[in-house]
Design a protein around this ligand. Structure first.
Ligand code: GUN
Length: 290
């Protein structure tokens, strides 16, 4: 059996179009959703993400506020920018790009964001709300994974879900979301004793470990739905010297033969993250305006 490919790029495009329609309606009422993105330092990958976020925010009809700060910015300077953005009624969503340069305390910065504007869903209050089933801002990448799963499978109740990876950004919130959907959830990680056997239990397998092609085809239960969150750049000597290619955490060529459905890399989960960020900003704006 060959898996069907879950087209995250197309799904994200449709989601962005729906967000843009809603934004257009709000603008006719004189309301423009606004997203502020804060980038500290010169991390090249972060610069690419922030540029893409800004472009897609504007394409959706929203206001984009970019704050690029020097790597030498102090904690107090950053906190005072957050305070200004919290107080600015034109800003409905605030995102501080991670990682922050050494010397800055990311936890304190994130927890200084108004939880109602925390479109990343990283504030401790939103983490707690998600864990206790209250209305929360939900982190964008796991939210995007859940949308793809629900679109593919419909009701997830009773499914065996295995999340590989326990990060605060993906693994833990993903597990909370799957639990909320009535899945039986296992979080596996680097210390899991028999990772292949644990993965073989999964009707739904979410890979978010950041290890290129770690999850092999024979770890996958036949017919399972596989969501690959990994984006790893690896050498591609077949394409020429110094050439690279993107691969996920799942060995795609093997997994596609076992799974029922699978997200590719690129073009799977990746495009969903920014689309969900825009959706969260729209949600924050709607809540702010009652
Ligand atoms: N860095 C990598 N992923 C993310 C994300 O989802 N949000 C933020 N703020 N920083 C990131």
């Amino acid at each position: 059996m060959t898996a069907s490919i879950i087209d995250g790029k197309a799904f994200a495009q449709q989601l962005r179009a729906r967000v843009a329609e809603h934004v257009a309606r709000l603008k006719r009422q004189g309301i423009t959703p606004g997203l502020a993105v804060v980038l500290v330092g010169e991390d090249p990958a972060s610069q690419v993400y922030v540029r893409n976020k800004g472009r897609q925010t504007v394409e959706a009809g929203m206001a984009s506020f970019e704050h690029r700060l020097d790597a030498a910015t102090s904690q107090d300077e950053l906190l005072s920018l957050i305070a200004r953005l919290n107080a600015d009624p034109a800003v409905h969503g605030i995102l501080v790009q991670l990682p922050l340069p050494r010397g800055l305390n990311a936890e304190a910065v994130i927890n200084a964001i108004d939880p109602a504007k925390d479109v990343d869903g990283f504030h401790i209050l939103n983490v707690g709300r998600l864990a206790t089933g209250q209305r929360a801002m939900v982190p964008c990448t796991p939210l995007g994974c859940l949308m793809l799963l629900r679109d593919r499978l419909g009701d997830l109740s009773g499914a065996e879900a295995v999340v590989v990876g326990r990060s605060n950004i993906v693994g833990k919130p993903m597990a909370q979301l799957l639990l909320r959907e009535n899945c039986t959830v296992t979080i596996a990680h680097s210390r899991t004793r028999d990772l292949p056997q644990t993965c073989r239990r999964a009707d739904i397998l979410v890979a978010a470990v950041g290890r290129p092609e770690m999850i092999r085809g024979d770890w996958i239960k036949p017919g399972a739905t596989v969501i690959d969150v990994g984006i790893n750049r690896v050498p591609a000597p077949d394409k020429g010297p110094d050439k690279t290619r993107l691969v996920g955490d799942v060995h795609f060529a093997e997994a596609v033969e076992a799974a029922g459905a699978i997200t590719p890399v690129p073009g799977g989960v990746g495009p969903m993250t920014i689309a969900c960020l825009l959706a969260n900003t729209l949600t924050a704006c709607c809540r702010a305006h009652g």
